[in-house]
Ligand binder design. Structure first.
Ligand SMILES: CC(C)(COP(=O)(O)OP(=O)(O)OC[C@H]1O[C@@H](n2cnc3c(N)ncnc32)[C@H](O)[C@@H]1OP(=O)(O)O)[C@@H](O)C(=O)NCCC(=O)NCCS
Length: 177
């Protein structure tokens, strides 16, 4: 049971996305966002559908938890935690994030990542947050490093073309969850 949906560190707030966020998202996203973040083409139709699906996923209790990142009262980007992803272990959650161009360069993504890691502590069985970044996207890696993630050296991580970084979300060892 997810109890805490909203997190706020005084500068950045994260809350579940809703369909109503789609318009601001479409207006905010740029080519960089679409290139690195979206598995889709970033078209308006695709994004509206994706936000509707994200809202349904919250109602269903996962496995995708997509948050709106709010800074100064405005939608600044999105951050998603997904559990049960192919290629990851059952105790690992995958994190992806993106900011709109006018909100970059202020530490907002780093704060959002830290808030999502705290959120994950309440998801049963999840003890590790993982982010897989392209070596061609050093800004993305820097966010993870600033948020305290460290490079992974598991076989799966070493075999992949992306750089994998992770951090613990719980003090309880995975085998005890
Ligand atoms: C990846 C991405 C989110 C990084 O955004 P970002 O603004 O660089 O990251 P942060 O919000 O953590 O901000 C850090 C930057 O703000 C600066 N900054 C300013 N004030 C700061 C503060 N109070 N605290 C921390 N950093 C601060 C940092 O120095 C850093 O800038 P630098 O890289 O020039 O040194 C952004 O480039 C993006 O949305 N890209 C497109 C989507 C994408 O690539 N997603 C990654 C796939 S998982």
């Amino acid at each position: 049971m997810i109890k805490v949906l909203y997190s706020d560190d005084g500068v950045v707030m994260i809350r579940p996305v809703t369909q109503a966020d789609a318009e601001a998202h479409i207006a905010g996203q740029d080519e960089e966002y679409v290139t690195w973040l979206e598995p889709s083409d970033g078209t308006e139709e695709t994004e509206r559908r994706r936000f509707a699906e994200a809202e349904k996923a919250w109602e269903a209790g996962g496995p995708i938890f997509e948050f709106a990142i709010i800074a100064e009262g405005e939608l600044a980007g999105t951050i998603t935690a997904e559990v049960g992803r192919e290629g990851l272990q059952p105790h690992q959650a995958d994190i992806t994030y993106g900011l709109y161009p006018n909100t970059r360069g202020r530490g907002i993504a780093t704060r959002a990542v830290m808030l999502v890691v705290s959120f994950l502590d309440q998801i049963p069985g999840i003890s590790e947050a993982v982010t897989r970044v392209s070596p061609e996207n050093p800004k993305s890696r820097s966010v993870a490093e600033r948020a305290g993630f460290e490079p992974m050296t598991t076989d799966a991580a070493l075999a992949d073309e992306h750089d994998w970084l992770s951090t613990k979300v719980s003090l309880v060892p995975a085998e005890q969850l």
